[in-house]
Design a protein around this ligand. Structure first.
Ligand code: ADP
Ligand code: MG
Ligand code: MG
Length: 257
């Protein structure tokens, strides 16, 4: 079993205008995720959910000013982005980047090589990717297209889940994987996440604004995220309450502090 442990995490975001003061976004996040567990973080727009995902992934714009992140006791904050991936962390971003001119199949093979420490044997790799693509309802032409180049929202999310299937991380952070998906695409993507959970027993941190995806991916723990911190944690019933009453009672409580 693996454990991602986040303690008292404070994060500043550097502004594009480099003379401007960084903004203090995360204000003390505590969260422990074991592999085999699914945690959902739910919160209003602008509350800092993506900032948390980027901080875990090691994006250079997000500066840790206090606190720790460890994976099985190892200091994640001391690792480069590549080392984090090799250690078993995976981040699916809310806004995936396009890499024109790099084919999706080459990108996936490079990523697998980086994470596994050696290039996958070609024959085995072809079989592996074919199966993973078939499971996600993508045709073989997909692999020859540039990474995310002209991809629809659903195709971008399928590529993320394809990476999940091939890279087999210990802990996967999925930032708004549900956004912009129609019901059919959502189901395919959710099935991919559930397959990863069943076969790899990996941990999932599902970041979302809406409860819709939680009908397909069942969380063990739900956390309400407001103004840079977790303000309440509970079981799946917490998501049902949010579905009914929204975030307002949490945002007004946070504002009153
Ligand atoms: P969420 O994912 O919950 O919508 P974000 O983490 O994206 O929230 O953003 C939290 C806050 O940080 C917002 O007020 C946002 O405008 C600000 N922020 C995030 N990234 C940057 C950035 N690169 N430059 C300036 N402000 C940022
Ligand atoms: Mg947002
Ligand atoms: Mg976000």
């Amino acid at each position: 079993m693996s454990t991602l442990e986040i303690r008292d995490l404070h994060v500043d975001v550097a502004q594009s205008d480099t003379d401007a003061e960084p903004i203090h976004i995360l204000k003390g996040v505590d969260l422990t995720i074991d592999s085999d567990q699914t945690h959902a973080i739910m919160g209003p727009n602008g509350s800092g959910k993506s900032t948390l995902a980027y901080a875990i992934a090691g994006h250079p714009k997000y500066v840790i000013t206090q606190g720790t992140i460890t994976l099985d006791g190892e200091d994640v904050l001391a690792m480069s982005v590549d080392e984090r991936a090799r250690a078993g962390l995976f981040l699916a971003m809310q806004y995936p980047v396009e890499v024109p001119g790099v084919s999706t199949s080459n990108f996936l093979r490079s990523a697998a090589t980086a994470v596994r420490g050696e290039a996958p044997k070609l024959r085995h790799w072809v079989k592996e990717t074919k199966e993973a693509m078939a499971a996600l309802d993508v045709d073989s032409a997909f692999a020859e297209r540039g990474v995310n180049e002209g991809f629809s929202g659903g195709e971008k999310k399928r590529l993320e889940i394809l990476q999940l299937a091939l890279l087999k991380p210990k802990i996967a952070v999925l930032d708004e994987t549900d956004s912009g998906l129609d019901v059919d695409a959502l189901r395919v993507v959710a099935e991919g996440v559930n397959r990863y959970k069943e076969t790899e027993h990996g941990g999932v941190l599902l970041i979302t604004h809406y409860t819709r995806i939680l009908r397909y991916i069942k969380p063990d723990h739900v956390h309400v995220f407001v103004d840079g911190r977790i303000v309440q944690s509970g079981g799946p019933e917490l998501a049902d309450q949010l579905e009914e009453s929204g975030y307002e009672r949490f945002t007004s409580a946070a504002a009153a502090q």
